[in-house]
Ligand binder design. Structure first.
Ligand SMILES: C[S@@+](CC[C@H](N)C(=O)[O-])C[C@H]1O[C@@H](n2cnc3c(N)ncnc32)[C@H](O)[C@@H]1O
Length: 270
């Protein structure tokens, strides 16, 4: 009620009747209200730092409702848009091949990647029971891995993941310890692979398995390239030393390395 009274008084009085202190207060309140309104507007209309190509695709109604919803709630927008731009590039450049994710956990990233291109066969690889003891032992007690046990990331289940992804019949699950779990996909070729396994062993094994099976133009993402996960950094560095491609670090929250498999360019004769 007090606020209403103040407002009525304010509209009755002319500005000259307020002291300088009151005017300064009014200005501050209005300024803060504008800031709050702007923040809420941008959050709920979700217009924070959207890339122009994404805005354009939305306007042209090329983005599914499910993907729009995922965008709204996914906390790492840079990671989200990087995936999307790469998936769109694969479509435009007609790069064939399956999608795969090594390190699925509850299916958050897998769901989004599947929504971005549901027409691709999508291989999900995880123990769905958390880290393997032998992988943890080899982390040499460094970084975040030193505080992890085989119980971490074990609070998931295949059924829950399948339900969460809510996908079509392009989803293929390969449950078990990686790389032992690859028996069914040795002959496949890939267009996009997301490696998010946190530790040295699976990350290195993932790069060794998928890199030679990427179609030219295909993209590999490796998540968590940062000091908290020294095993990931070492696995990426060890592997990248031996390939032609230049890895790129994406400025998303945890640092994702992106590698695009070299496309053969033929030199035209002069
Ligand atoms: C950080 S979580 C993945 C998070 C998920 N990509 C997301 O964004 O929601 C890491 C996952 O890697 C899996 N993982 C780690 N080492 C593995 C191995 N050797 N074989 C299979 N899965 C493994 C763990 O079980 C865990 O679910």
């Amino acid at each position: 009620m007090k606020v209403v009274e103040l407002f009525i008084n304010f509209t009755k009085k002319s500005l000259m009747e307020f002291s300088l202190f009151q005017l300064a207060n009014i200005f501050l309140v209005v300024f803060l209200a504008i800031l709050l309104f702007r923040f809420l507007w941008m959050t709920f209309l979700n217009t924070f730092n959207q890339p122009a190509v994404w805005k354009e695709a939305r306007k042209e109604k090329q983005v599914s409702k499910r993907l729009l919803k995922s965008e709204r709630f996914y906390p790492d927008k840079v990671r989200f848009y990087t995936w999307w731009i790469q998936v769109e590039r694969l479509k435009t450049e007609k790069i064939e091949g399956d999608f795969a994710e090594l390190g699925v956990y509850k299916g958050n990233s897998a769901r989004i990647l599947h929504q971005m291109d549901p027409s691709r066969k999508f291989h999900l690889l995880d123990t769905f029971e958390g880290f393997a003891e032998r992988d943890l032992e080899e982390e040499e007690g460094k970084g975040k891995a030193a505080t992890y046990t085989s119980r971490d990331f074990a609070d998931t289940s295949l059924q829950k993941v399948i339900r969460k992804i809510g996908g079509n019949n392009n989803i293929r699950v390969h449950q078990g310890y990686f790389p032992d779990s690859v028996t069914g996909i040795k002959e496949e070729r890939f267009a996009l692979v997301n490696i998010d396994a946190d530790l040295y062993n699976p990350t290195k094994a993932g790069l060794e398995f998928f890199y030679p099976r990427m179609n030219p133009g295909g993209v590999i993402f490796i998540h968590d390239y940062n000091k908290k996960w020294p095993g990931v950094v070492k696995a990426v560095d060890d592997f990248m030393n031996g390939i032609f491609e230049v890895p790129h670090l994406i400025p998303d929250r945890d640092g994702t390395v992106l590698v695009i498999k070299r496309q053969k360019k033929s030199l035209k004769p002069l």
